[in-house]
Design a protein around this ligand. Structure first.
Ligand code: RUQ
Ligand code: CUA
Length: 673
């Protein structure tokens, strides 16, 4: 009795301490609770996983692909960060992908994934990913698992509420985390003029239904709040978008206190069909801005970067009924829409309950004019009028909610380190399970679509203390897999991840595995420096630039002897992989290369720039173990001093020019052969 009382007190003390500090609490005895069920996540050697899991890389700027249920890592896709492994962002062809209005930006912070949808379901075509720091959205092609396009977002600073997608991939959205002075205004203003000068912005980026190409269709100017996350309506709420906003206080310093002063912030509900009508009716005004639009062409195997100079912007003052604020306790983080499109779940990270709004009630509230004043020109809906109900005492620090398609919702609780399962209809809490530790996002395969696959759930945790062998000051990042097929959630696997995982989406393997690009057809290669056969290999000088048209095929490079390069020359190796077989990349590296190797897919051409910094012989070789004679797949480049008369010369398999006796330099005890 006494000890029970003591325990309860301890729990209360600990939880209130957690709430105050917003730190996470470690659930009870980690070891005893950590029992997996290996049979459920076991994928036998040689067998395939059921799902591809496409996971954000956080501060590594990349996207990683894992199998579910095994947790096996298949690939890291370079997106916003340079990758010396493949040469992405280092090769001449891929450098333009990382161009922005700020110049070359080879890093970003990648948080959210949105998979393309048709009729509310995954169609397996593209994955969209946000760059949080220098606002950008990338499109990854799921037939190549490579980045095809990157679009910079103007009037934004902290592209966090991004990218979220509509049910037919009409748009991906990008709402700014930081409100700032607009790009065409003088931004040199005192920071404490936030309330007068700082504005928010939401971009609607259209997706071409055939090519996937993105374009900023229009932007909406908003009050200067911070946008955190977003979801599109679906089914009955298709045509609407919901954004969580915090800092409705418009604080510009010590946000941890000053942006938490008010009891309620907002969910911003945007009727984007109406916004489209206003754009059509000419209500959008042109604004001069600068942003980069980068596209990778799989025929020229080369990216281009274009700087665009205009967006069109809707001002809500000119667009009645386009958007409404729904009050929401307290600094909401996630805002998630259930598979039917009826319920909008907003998780106030400092709130004691989870409000669930009803789309039907929201519509009625608008029709009945059940309003509660105006916030910065935007009509505020009465909280109760739009409310379906509140999930009471769900746990501490609710962040994100996913759905199983069986009427249940799963909310991540950062502070109390748990996932809480509750029922959408009556908001009853049904089950809770610990996470290790401090869960951020969670994901049910298909969870954000109209038809979730309610079998697994993956937790993405912010801390892993004591779960893995330690690795110095930084411990590994981690995900945890749960079986949610039964009434009770069951932890079945821990698996480490790269970077810091934020959101992820998993998709049935069947939707993409048979659509994989196996090779690039060599006859379709229109790269400016392609060699379609060894006969086209050559070396040409143009001032101090030397261009090498090189081919790679098992197991030699052509040419493999190059002479006549002079110190200070910039040498461009344009390597074409002549293979037409699946999974036979060749690599290329040369001694002293101060950037990366390049990895060239079958039928593709990629170029590495290398500067001759000293005289000597520089071996180059294939870096990808491609055949039994891979170690033989190599060559030599000779660099001569300035003023040398060595002629530019290249060869493979012949020893020309004939070596004259005086060109053989004695070295030590030269035998004079
Ligand atoms: S966030 S842990 Cu950057 Cu998506 Cu919620
Ligand atoms: Cu080509 Cu090793």
């Amino acid at each position: 009795m006494k000890s029970d009382y003591f325990k309860t007190c301890m729990v209360l003390m600990v939880t209130s301490a957690c709430l105050v500090s917003m730190q996470s609490c470690k659930p009870k005895t980690a070891q005893s609770a950590a029992r997996g069920d290996a049979t459920k996540s076991f994928v036998a050697p040689g067998k395939y996983d059921e799902f591809y899991n496409i996971v954000s890389g956080g501060f590594n700027g990349q996207v990683a692909v894992y199998g579910i249920p095994s947790g096996r890592l298949f690939r890291i896709i370079p997106v916003f960060s340079q990758s010396p492994e493949s040469g992405y962002g280092f090769s001449e062809e891929t450098k333009p992908m990382l161009n922005t209005s700020h110049g070359f930006v080879p890093w970003d912070d990648q948080h959210h994934i949105a998979l393309s949808q048709t009729k509310g379901q995954h169609d397996g075509r593209w994955a969209f990913a946000n760059g949080n720091n220098t606002p950008r959205i990338a499109r990854i092609d799921l037939t190549t698992f490579r980045t095809s396009e990157i679009l910079e977002i103007p009037n934004s600073a902290g592209n966090h509420a991004s990218p979220f997608i509509t049910e037919n991939s009409e748009y991906v959205v990008a709402a700014t985390r930081f409100s700032v002075p607009l790009d065409d205004q003088n931004g040199d203003v005192p920071i404490n003029t936030y309330k007068q000068n700082f504005k928010g912005s939401i971009s609607f980026v259209s997706v071409n239904p055939t090519s996937g190409e993105m374009n900023i269709a229009f932007q909406i100017r908003t009050p200067g709040v911070n946008f955190d996350l977003s979801r599109a309506g679906k089914g009955k709420s298709h045509g609407w978008f919901f954004f969580s906003c915090y800092n409705s206080e418009k604080a510009n310093t010590l946000l941890e206190v000053n942006a938490s002063a008010k009891d309620k912030d907002f969910v911003l509900a945007v009727n984007w069909k109406k916004a489209e009508e206003y754009v059509k009716a000419g209500k959008a005004k042109k604004q001069a801005v600068k942003y980069a639009h980068n596209i990778y062409n799989e025929k020229t195997h080369t990216a281009s970067s274009t700087i665009q100079t205009e967006v069109v912007v809707l001002d809500p003052a000119d667009c009645p009924d386009m958007m409404y604020m729904i009050p929401c306790p307290k600094s909401p983080h996630g805002t998630d829409v259930d598979p039917t499109g009826e319920y909008i779940v907003a998780s106030g990270k400092l709130a004691a309950s989870i409000p669930v709004f009803s789309f039907t009630k929201l519509q009625k509230a608008i029709a009945d004019r059940a309003f509660d004043g105006v916030y910065d020109g935007i009509t505020v809906i009465k909280y109760e009028a739009a409310l379906h109900g509140e999930v009471v005492k769900p746990g501490l620090g609710p962040l994100h909610t996913e759905f199983d398609g069986k009427g249940n919702a799963y909310t991540s609780m950062f502070v109390s380190s748990e996932i809480v399962k509750w029922r959408l209809s009556d908001l009853e809490v049904l089950d809770r399970v610990d996470t290790y530790y401090a869960i951020g996002h969670l994901s049910v395969p298909g969870g954000p679509t109209a038809k979730p696959h309610g079998k697994y759930m993956i937790a993405y945790n912010k801390m892993t203390k004591d779960r893995y062998l330690p690795t110095g000051p930084e411990l590994t990042q981690s995900a945890q897999l749960y079986d949610i097929s039964g009434e009770k959630m069951k932890l079945i696997l821990d698996f480490p991840t790269t970077g810091e995982p934020h959101y992820a989406e998993a998709i049935p393997a069947a939707l993409i595995q048979d659509k994989q690009m196996k090779i690039f057809k060599i006859e379709e290669n229109t790269h400016a420096y392609v060699s379609k056969g060894e006969g086209q290999a050559k070396v040409e000088r143009n001032g101090n630039q030397v261009h090498v048209w090189m081919t790679a095929i098992r197991s030699h490079l052509t040419p493999d002897n190059i002479e006549g390069v002079i110190v200070g020359d910039e040498v461009y190796f344009h390597v074409t992989n002549l293979e037409q077989d699946w999974d036979v990349p060749h690599g290329f590296a040369i001694k002293g290369a101060n950037n990366a190797e390049i990895l060239i897919m079958p039928g593709e051409t990629q170029s590495l720039k290398w500067v001759a910094d000293r005289t000597g012989i520089f071996p180059f070789y294939c870096t990808d173990f491609c055949s039994a004679l891979h170690q033989e797949m190599s060559g030599y480049l000779r660099v001569s001093p300035v003023g040398s008369t060595v002629a530019l010369h290249f060869s493979t398999g012949t020893n020309k020019p004939v070596v004259s006796a005086d060109s053989v330099k004695p070295s030590g005890s030269a035998s004079g052969n």
